[in-house]
Structures are given as structure tokens and as C-alpha cells.
Design a protein around this ligand. Sequence first.
Ligand code: AMP
Ligand code: MG
Length: 408
Amino acid sequence: MLSVTEAQEIVLQLAAPLPAAVAPLTPACFGLILAEDVASDIDAPPFDKSMMDGYALRTEDLMSGKATLTVVEEVMAGQTPRRTLQNGQATRIMTGAPLPSGADAVVMIERTHTLDAGRVAIEDRPKPGQNILPRGREMRAGEMILRSGARLRPQEFGLLAGVGRTSVRVHPAPRVAVLPTGDELVEAPSRPGPGQIRNSNGPMIVAQVHSAGGVPAPLGIARDNVEHLRACIREGLNAEVLVLSGGVSAGKLDLVPGVLEELGVQAHFHKVVMKPGKPIFFGSRPNADRPATLVFGLPGNPVSSLVCFELFVRPALRKLQGHADPRARIVRAELAEDYAYRTDRLTYHPAQLAIEDSRLRVRAVPWFGSADLRGVAPANAFIVLPAGDFVHRMGQCYDVLIVEPAGT
Ligand code: AMP
Ligand code: MG
């Protein structure tokens, strides 16, 4: 059986960034990775610009720290000054307005005193350039401002708009088909009848896909019979990634691996030494005209499904989107209190991770195993506990898997 690390390596080797394409710069691009270098088309700012509301003037007039100047003009943001400043003159200027020629500093309004409509008294000894943002200070026309590989966050949207871009070349968001399986499943609006349970994994996986930047396509529930499963899986294989839940263990109706094989999915692993999630399946189906479809068969117990998604599917989705480091987020944290735990396999145990006194501290939350999704609700991470029967001591350091919040 593979270790988690070995299995993760296999997944990342088979996931390659999706071919880049030009996309309109809409909110759908949020979080995507740029696949081109972007240059500015203009100098920014495009003119010497005032950073304050106040008076533009000549510093040589204020050598003594005091002067009364003649106000020759008023310039608002969006206007252009017409007068060149001579000695003894000032221009009333607003933040964002272009500096008049002849001026070499701006004194803020708080350091001035209006005498009458045409004259202002100033008490300041400005240095040349004070409160002025010179033309091209932020960027020059032709200069590279974003490199291929940058992630599109709100600030990148602002920068791209600033250089006139309305479309960009990006790695697209992968389409991810989501297919829960099981004869016992009913959807949320139904009250489960005898022997039935509600489908928790479907909506949970859809949310995880969304939070990982994928575009989820829920396919409904596949029943535990070969014909229905085959039809559903065939549809799911049209996506870039197919995520199934349930039907991958050793039960009589665990039909998923067999049907996948029949439909041309090559198995790369089935079972990983971990808890929860041991029966996880990973395979790929080659396509004639596009990259192979990646197929994950997550175990049906909800916490197994959740943890396996974080350890294997999320990194794959990040790699498909061109992230430079797609790996699962693991940090080291100190145990905040003693915790006795016995397990026969490396275990991802729900936990609370917090910054306390500038240090990362982690505490396990009460949890009875892979079926206990409710127990996971107070957790924001999973502490990695070794196989064996131990009392884990306060202050010892452990690996902790960070479960990313939505949208990142
Ligand atoms: P399986 O992997 O199909 O053997 O399922 C293992 C356990 O997980 C069983 O108790 C299932 O009823 C449960 N299970 C399977 N699929 C889901 C689902 N979509 N939502 C909630 N529980 C599920
Ligand atoms: Mg099942």
C-alpha cells in the first residue's frame, strides 16, 4: 500500500496545467493563474501629479519658511493647468490633479491660510518634489508589470484595468464532475426512509471544488447497479476531472473500480495507508483530443471523502490551474494540550489550529471517526497523528493539514 506522500506524488505527476486560453476579464477569472507576461501601455501616473489638496508653488519662494503668494489658478483632478508659475505665484491644486509647469512642490492646505480670493499665506519649508508623484513613478510604458504565473487577486484586476486590459491569457478553471454513488442515498429535500441516508458528500464535494477554483458539475446520484453507474461515469468522463464518492471499498456493491476499468480508466492506485480514507482510488482516462480525465474515487464515509479531497483532489485542481506549488498545505504546530490516541494507521484527526502568543497551536477536537462529519464542524484543520498507542504531549510539534477557506 502507498503512503500519502507517494500517492500525492503520483497524482501531481499526472496532473498538468490545462492549456492556456484568452478569457474576458470577468469575476470568473478570480483566482486563475496568468499565462502571459503583461506590459503597461502607458506611464503611470501619466503626468506629474499632486498627492495632496493644497497649493502648487516654487520652493525657492519659501526659503525663509514663510511667504504670501498670488493665486493664479485652480486645478481639479481631471483638469489641465494653463498657467506657468512665476516667482511669487501659487496654484490651488486638488489631489490627483496635474502639476502646473514652474511648480516643484505642493504644500498641503492645512499649512496655508487664505487672505483673500487672490492671495494665500504659507508657512512651510517644502523640499523640491514634496507631495508630487512624478510621471511614470509607478510604471513606464512598455515595462512588465505582471509575470506569467501570477494569481489573479483583486489587486491584479486593478492593475490589469490600469493598463487597459479587458482580457487575459489564463489557465482555465477545470470542469469537475461530481458523482456520489449509493442505493441508500436520498437528496436533502427528502426525509430518509428505512435504510436510507441523505447525500451529504455531493454538496460537500461541490463546495470543495468551488473553493479550489474548479467549476463543479453535479451529476446527481449514481445507483449501485452497473448499467446506471456506467451511464453516469461515461458522462462524468467528459469533464477534466471526475470525483466519485462511495463504492470503492470491498463491499459486494462497491462497483466503481470495475466500471471505471471497463470504461478505459487506468488505475494508478487503489488504497493508501491513512485514516480516514484508506480505500481511495485514483486513475486517469486518456482522451484523443485533450488531456486525460483524472478520476478520483473517494470513500463514501463523509470525513474520508473530505480528507481525501483535501489531500489529493485539491492539489490536483491547483496543478491543473497552473499553481507553482499545488501541494496540500501542511504546517508544524505545537500541541496545546495532552491528547491520548490509539490508531493502527497514520491518522488525519480533526483539530483546531490557532495563533496563540504568536505561535501556531493545535488541539484535537472530539471525534469518533470517518462517519462523524458533525464532529468536524468545530475544526479548521487536521492534525496528523502517527500509528500506535500514545499520549501525545502538550508542547510537542505535529504536522497539521490546513483546510483552506472558501475562495482561496
Ligand atoms: P461506501 O464507500 O459506498 O461503502 O460507503 C461507506 C459509508 O459512507 C456508508 O455508510 C455510506 O452509507 C456512506 N455514504 C456513502 N455515500 C455517502 C454520501 N454521498 N453522503 C453521506 N454518506 C455516504
Ligand atoms: Mg456504497
